[in-house]
Design a protein around this ligand. Structure first.
Ligand code: GLN
Length: 211
């Protein structure tokens, strides 16, 4: 039987997971990561970045994060760490930051990149600005995942090395891709840090064990 990632992750305590703390829901990710048995630290500078084994990029506003990453001299160092194999997980705006290509972004919007996907910002549109949905996502366990979407992107297209972990089921966005993994990079359109279900963070922590 497949042991769910959540059951495996609690043994992992020796990795320092950074949370990019330029903007966004940093504290919620820290709590989720600590619950999964890792230490965390906030990343705002190149020195902070050099100290971490992995990075979580929170939800928030990707255009602001992009601007601040440039202003703090972090964008190139972040790209370099991701290129050299640092595990990273991005939720919502964090997914956008990890995407190689962005639709409906600001003209000057930069991303860290690394994930061979095209994401569409604010894809679900005004009518469903924010919504919650149950996702069938076997990678995270047999039980459906309760997902919170807030002005979320979706994944418009994926490269050949990208694995789809979850899609929306039903409604006008039926079939849209909202969770992906490519090697050591994980991204979700939704915000598991805003629920008490730790399976997505535990999955990420289990990716660190593999790295
Ligand atoms: N719409 C935001 C963006 O473009 C993402 C929203 C979120 O992270 N909740 O960055």
């Amino acid at each position: 039987m497949n042991v769910p990632a959540a059951a495996r992750a609690v043994v992992q305590v020796d990795r320092l997971v950074g949370v990019l703390a330029l903007q966004g829901d940093v504290r919620e990710h820290e709590s989720a990561l600590i619950a999964c048995g890792v230490r965390t630290s906030r990343v705002r500078t190149v020195v902070d970045l050099a100290a971490v084994d992995a990075l979580v990029i929170p939800g928030g506003e990707s255009t602001t994060m992009s601007k601040l990453a440039v202003a703090f001299g972090l964008l190139e160092p972040l790209r370099e760490r991701v290129r050299s194999g640092m595990p990273a997980y991005g939720s919502c705006a964090g997914m956008i930051m990890l995407a190689d290509r962005v639709e409906d972004g600001r003209p000057d919007q930069q991303t860290i990149g690394g994930l061979d996907v095209t994401v569409r910002r604010n894809a679900f549109g005004r009518q469903v600005d924010s919504f919650e949905a149950e996702l069938d996502a076997p990678a995270f366990g047999v039980e459906a995942l309760h997902a919170v979407f807030i002005r979320a992107p979706w994944v418009e297209s994926i490269g050949s090395g990208v694995e789809v972990l979850a899609r929306v089921a039903g409604g006008s966005a039926d079939g849209r891709v909202v969770a992906v993994r490519q090697g050591r990079l994980l991204a979700t359109s939704f915000h598991p840090e805003l629920t008490s279900d730790r399976r997505v963070h535990a999955f990420f922590v289990s990716m660190l064990q593999e790295a």
